[in-house]
Design a protein around this ligand. Sequence first.
Ligand code: ADE
Length: 477
Amino acid sequence: MEFQVLTLFPEMILEGCNNSILKRATEKGLIQVEAINVRDYSLDKHGKVDDYTYGGGAGMLMQAQPVYDAWIHAVNAKPCGGERNDVKTAEASKVRTIYVTPQGRPFTQEMAKDFAKEERLIFLCGHYEGIDERVLEEVVTDQVSIGDYVLTGGELPALVMIDAISRLIPGVLGSDESAQTESFENDLLEYPQYSRPEVWHEKAVPEVLLSGDHKKIELWRREKAKERTQKWRPDLYEKYAEREKTIQCLMKHKKENAYMIDSLLTGKARLLHSEGDAAVAVSVAGNAYQICCETAEQGKRLLRYVPKEARLVLHNCEALNEILQEEYGLKVGDECYQSVYTQHVSMPIAHKDIRLYPMEAIDYAVENYGGERERKYLINRIQSGEFFAAYEGDEIAGFCGVHAGGSLGLLYVDPKYRRTSIGSSLASYLVNLSLSRGGLPYAHIRIANVASIKMQEKMGLYVGNRTVFWTYRKENA
Ligand code: ADE
């Protein structure tokens, strides 16, 4: 991941990244940080970059020209020297540019995850009273704040974000470090932790932690996390409790609601609103929405939480299709049956040699799964670390993966290996992966794919009676 920071204080950025884990990540080539001094792009002979505000008011404003020219340099230059692109105008660039400002959207773990998917990010740090609006309009894609307080400049917020994003990049944290992370993402704070000695200042480590009973320890930790969250962050706890309640209600119709249950359990989607057994959620990755409902009236009420620019709505209510088409410009792309694995025990896997799918073999996947139009998607799946190959010796005998939305699938078995255990082993592998992540394993099967429906039933997955609808913008349907 490349970070380029447009700043008046480049040393602050370089110093901030030259310690501890960020330093190690830079040395390993996992991140590159370049600080670009906006002053170097001033056309003024004294290097001035600020001026008075039109209309009066206290303080100075950073001017558009030096910021724009520094940004054009960032877009075109390689952090380690050498020229890369030849972008002349802002429209031509696709680089995500984050303006750090107290006026921005509050920075969250979800945003950090989203930014971590980019290959490159540009940060723009303001000083003085801000930056001329015209340049912001041209280059900025995201405005982000690190909290409701005002700092003297954007360098510390940029460092905070670089730190939070970098630790999500595979390999940046060692396995010891990454172990202690995820509970915050489920709207709960971390449980209390203890190290040696067993007794300190006459305080003993809670007995359960010495018991060796992992199930008990897990339950204890969860209870403590809940207690703490309730006490210190009642706002978070309310969100957690609402989500838990909704999951319980949706569980009454697992086969109809599997996609939303799984997304809420694994943190892939955030609950927007629920009414008992009906709910609407948005994917944390972008503007993809999900609705689960029992009646058309519920569905219509929940649609109010979906903005008109949504690019995808997944739902299980046929009556919504007309509204989605007319009012949202969303058309049914796929109608699918849903199959669900309702047990908690892992499935046996007969074929043992299943590994991450290698990028070098991308052509094999493209050839056998949808052709060239799926290449980009398949690359994305391989990069996500959720796409797997079954091997016979050195040969790929089949593959499977988790779709971007969370359903299990992308299954293919080479004709040579059909009627062997490879197909069911790949499917079981995905089921077990989903269980290990605390999810509800499910798959979406196009209604015409009778063979796949039969296979799922044979494997012990339950196929629901109601179908689900994937509705997309017309151009993508
Ligand atoms: N610049 C000054 N204060 C800031 C804040 N709280 N967040 C982001 N950028 C800032």
